[in-house]
Design a binder for this molecule. Structure first.
Ligand code: GBH
Length: 477
C-alpha cells in the first residue's frame, strides 16, 4: 500500500490531538446512586435480569467515580495529550430536569481540575446514551419532541458550570447508534422496536429530535461566547459492493452509506436530510422547518468520526427501508471470505483501508474544515478464555492500531485530509454495553475483582507513537 512508501517525518504530525476515550456509564460505576445521582435508562436496563450476558451491570464498572485521581495519573502514563469523557445527565439533574445536584457537578469539576493539573486537555461530551429514566418514563425519551427542551436545559446548566474548564465540546455520541442500531441503543428506537409492534418511524423521530437537541445546545454554547469549539460525534462505515462489477451492488453500497453517514451528517453539513432518503421514505421521514434547517446546518465546528469497521452491500429487492432499520442488506462476507480479520464480537473487522476510505468519503460528502477520529479500537479474547499474560501481550491490538494509523497517516499525507487528531477506544477495559464484561476494548487491563489496572502491550505501542513518533512501517517488537 501507499503507506509503506511514506518517508519520515514520523507520525504523528506536530500538535496532533492524541487521546483516549471512555464514557460515563461504561466506567463510573459504583456511585450509580451515590451523591444524589438519579437513575438512567442504562441503570434500569442493565439491572433488569436477562438483558445483559451474565447479568453484568455498570453498577461498579471501573469504579472511576471514586478512582478518578489515580485514573488521571494512569492516562498521563499512557502519554495521551487529550482525554475524551462523557457527563452523566442524571448526576447533574437526577430527574432529567429540576434542581441541580451540586455533588454531581463537583465530581466533574474535580475531574477537570485533575486533568488540567496533569497537562491533559479534556474533550467533554454531554450525552452518551444514559438518558434520565424519569424522562423515559414520562414521554419515552428521544422519540418525543419534549426531549429537546430538556436537553437544552441540561446543556445550559453544564456550560454555565463547566464551560470555563473545558474548551472542546461535543453534544452527543453517535445519535444514529442510540436511535437505531440494534443492541447498542437499547434506549430509544431499539427499545421501542423490541415492543410487540415495530414502529418504523421511531428511529426517524428519535434522530430528528436528537439533531434539534444537538443544534439547540450548540446555539446556546455559541450565544454564550464560551472560548471553545463544539460539535457532535458520529459513527459510520464504508460499504463495498459485494460484486464489484454490479451496478446494482454499487448503488446498494452508496445507499447504505447515505443512510449511515448522510442521515445524521447531511443536515449538519449540507442542510436537511439527504434527498434520496426524502424520496424513498416520504412522509415517514420527519420534516424540518426552514428555520430548523438553518439551525442544524453548520452546527458543528469539526467532524468527529467514530470509525471501526467496513462491510459489503448488495441489492436486496425485498429490503424496504420503510419497514426495516437496515438498508441494502449489509454483509461481512464475500463468497465466504471475511472483509477483514475478525475481532472478538461479530460486528467489528480489521479493515484499515476501509477506514481511510471512510475518511475520504466524509471529506467528499461534507467538506468539514477539521476532522478528528474520536473512537477507534477492537476487542480481543480476554481472561475468560486466555491466560492473563496473553491478554496483556495483545499483539493483535498493536497490529490493529499500527495498520489503522498507517492508513490515517496516508489520509493526511497523501490524501491531504484536514485530520487533526486521533482518539482511541478505550483508555481501559470497561462495561461494553450489551456485551457486559465479556468484551474488552481497553489498552489497559482492568481486573474487575480488584480494580487493579495494568497497561497492555498496545498501551506501550501507542505511548511510543505519541511521545516518540513512529514510522508505522514495521512490526512492533
Ligand atoms: C462505540 O460505537 C461506542 O461509542 C462505545 O460506547 C463502545 O464501547 C464502542 O463502540 C465499542 O463497541 O450490534 O451488530 O448491530 C461504535 C459504533 C455502532 C458499533 C453500532 C456497533 C452495532 C452493531 N457502533 N454497532 S450490531
Amino acid at each position: 500500500s501507499a503507506a509503506f512508501n511514506l518517508k519520515p517525518p514520523a507520525f504523528p504530525p506536530k500538535d496532533f490531538v492524541f487521546g483516549c476515550a471512555t464514557s460515563a456509564y461504561q466506567i463510573e460505576g459504583s456511585a450509580w446512586n451515590e451523591d444524589g445521582k438519579g437513575k438512567s435508562i442504562w441503570d434500569t436496563y442493565a439491572q433488569t435480569p436477562g438483558n445483559i450476558g451474565h447479568n453484568d451491570t455498570g453498577d461498579v464498572a471501573c469504579d472511576h467515580y471514586h478512582r478518578y485521581k489515580s485514573d488521571v495519573q494512569l492516562f498521563k502514563n499512557l502519554g495521551v495529550n487529550h482525554y475524551s469523557f462523557t457527563i452523566s445527565w442524571t448526576r447533574i439533574l437526577p430527574n432529567g430536569r429540576g434542581p441541580v445536584n451540586k455533588k454531581g457537578l463537583q465530581f466533574y469539576k474535580n475531574l477537570l481540575g485533575e486533568l488540567h493539573a496533569a497537562g491533559i486537555t479534556p474533550i467533554c461530551t454531554l450525552y452518551h446514551w444514559d438518558l434520565p429514566q424519569a424522562l423515559f418514563d414520562e414521554y419515552q425519551g428521544w422519540v418525543d419532541r419534549k426531549v429537546v427542551d430538556d436537553f437544552k436545559h441540561y446543556a445550559t446548566v453544564v456550560f454555565e458550570e463547566l464551560g470555563g474548564m473545558c474548551s472542546f465540546w461535543s453534544t452527543m455520541n453517535e445519535p444514529g447508534t442510540f436511535c437505531v442500531r440494534k443492541r447498542f441503543g437499547e434506549g430509544e428506537g431499539s427499545r421501542l422496536k423490541s415492543k410487540s409492534t415495530w414502529d418504523p418511524s421511531a428511529p426517524l423521530k428519535c434522530l430528528h429530535n436528537a439533531l434539534l437537541a444537538h443544534a439547540s445546545a450548540v446555539k446556546i454554547y455559541r450565544d454564550g461566547n464560551y472560548p471553545g469549539r463544539i460539535g457532535v460525534i458520529t459513527d459510520g462505515q464504508v460499504y463495498y459492493p459485494l460484486d464489484p462489477t454490479s451496478a446494482a451492488d454499487a448503488d446498494a453500497a452508496q445507499r447504505a452509506m447515505t443512510y449511515y453517514f448522510g442521515w445524521v451528517n447531511h443536515p449538519i453539513w449540507n442542510g436537511d436530510y439527504p434527498p434520496r432518503m426524502r424520496k424513498e421514505l416520504g412522509s415517514l421521514l420527519p420534516t424540518f422547518t426552514a428555520e430548523e434547517i438553518a439551525l442544524v446546518k453548520g452546527s458543528s465546528d469539526y467532524y468527529a468520526f467514530d470509525g471501526y469497521t467496513s462491510g459489503f452491500a448488495t441489492l436486496d429487492p425485498t429490503c424496504n427501508p420503510k419497514n426495516s432499520s437496515s438498508v441494502s442488506t449489509p454483509t461481512n462476507y464475500n463468497n465466504g471470505i471475511l472483509i477483514g480479520s475478525p475481532t472478538q464480537g461479530g460486528w467489528n473487522f480489521q479493515v484499515p483501508d476501509g477506514f481511510r476510505a471512510a475518511l475520504n468519503y466524509i471529506h467528499e460528502q461534507f467538506s468539514p474544515p477539521v476532522m478528528y477520529i474520536t473512537e477507534n479500537g477492537m476487542a480481543v479474547l480476554n481472561e475468560a478464555v486466555l491466560p492473563i499474560d496473553r491478554v496483556l501481550d495483545d499483539a493483535n491490538r498493536v497490529d490493529w492500531y499500527r495498520t489503522y494509523l498507517q492508513q490515517l497517516r496516508a489520509a493526511i499525507e497523501v490524501d491531504k485530509l484536514p485530520i487533526k487528531g486521533f482518539v482511541y477506544w478505550s483508555c481501559m477495559d470497561n462495561f461494553e454495553w450489551a456485551d457486559g464484561y465479556s468484551s474488552k476494548f481497553g489498552v489497559t487491563h482492568v481486573n474487575f475483582a480488584t480494580q487493579q489496572r495494568t497497561p497492555k502491550k498496545s498501551a506501550t505501542f501507542l505511548k511510543d507513537v505519541i511521545t516518540k513518533g513512529h514510522n508505522l512501517d514495521h512490526w512492533y517488537p
